[in-house]
Write a protein that binds this ligand. Structure first.
Ligand code: SAH
Length: 264
């Protein structure tokens, strides 16, 4: 058992090494980053940023800061995870302040913990700054409550795609659909037909769902419909990356919420 103030129970002492801040950039709208995250971008010597971190935020970097794109697009990786780890370690070891900028929150399917583990093993301090996860941003900007009295008392967030090297799936969508009221799937675009098929087996094809593409960005698209309709679109390849899939009764509140916000 252990009790402490949080963060790192045994912080490395002042080693003369720089610090790596693993910063959540939020879901897409550049204004959704935290004040702390923005302040760190302003002072960083090096910023290593991901594909889904809003590029607009880089305008706040100081003059002369090193900006490195480390994005992983489906089928194309600008840098391997190994090279990213080595780059972070190298810059921190030189005493530089490094911001590792990630879309959403670093600890939600963000591999922030993997990079921190690597740095910690090499004696470099790593500080995690949270960000608004994509599904929280998507729900808000699409007006879909994740919980609501009488409609949903629980939600689960799962990945639609697991690390292929695992060779098995630990996400049992059917069981999840039976256990929680609102189901959220990230990284589900490429497997969306199978995802909707699996959910339909438990919830039926008339259950409601929504897909939020490019959530919180200027080009956000919300597709709302029954699971049967969404399956049809998915089979036609219309569910594009990056997309958040939200399934549950609260999707039905959307129209009402939008209408009421126009009136007031
Ligand atoms: N750390 C991120 C998740 C990274 S996994 C977070 O906290 O949200 C990448 C997945 O996140 C994408 O496949 C997609 O499902 C989701 N995602 C991230 N940004 C998104 C956006 N602007 N719109 C829709 N989905 C997004």
């Amino acid at each position: 058992m252990r009790e402490d103030s949080g963060a790192c129970p045994s912080k490395p002492g002042d080693s003369g090494k720089g610090v790596v801040y693993v910063v959540g950039a939020g879901p897409g709208d550049p204004e959704l980053i935290t004040i702390k995250g923005l302040r760190l971008i302003e002072i960083a010597d090096v910023i290593v940023y991901d594909r889904l971190a809003p590029r607009e935020l880089l305008r706040h970097a100081k003059k002369g800061a090193e900006l490195v794109y480390a994005g992983k697009e489906p089928g194309f990786h600008a840098m391997s995870q190994d090279d990213i780890n080595k780059l972070l370690l190298d810059r921190a070891t030189r005493g530089l302040t490094v911001v590792r900028l990630k879309g959403g929150d670093p600890l939600v399917f963000g591999r922030g913990e993997e990079e921190c583990l690597f740095l910690a093993r090499h004696g470099v301090e790593c500080i995690i700054v949270p960000g608004i996860p994509s599904f929280i941003g998507a729900a808000a900007y699409a007006m879909i409550p994740l919980t609501s009295r009488g409609y949903s008392s629980s939600f689960a967030v799962v990945t639609g795609k697991e690390a292929p090297e695992k060779g098995f799936t630990s996400v049992r969508l059917g069981d999840i659909a039976r256990a929680v009221d609102t189901i959220i799937v990230l990284m589900g675009a490429s497997r969306s037909p199978e995802i909707f098929e699996e959910l339909i087996k438990v919830l039926g094809s008339n259950a409601l769902g929504a897909v939020v593409i490019n959530a919180t960005r200027g080009d956000q698209v919300v597709i709302e419909g029954t699971l049967g309709e969404l399956l049809h679109l998915a089979r036609k390849g219309r569910i594009r990356n990056p997309a958040v899939i939200i399934v549950g009764k609260t999707v039905g509140l959307r129209e009402k919420l939008c209408a009421e916000s126009v009136e007031s």
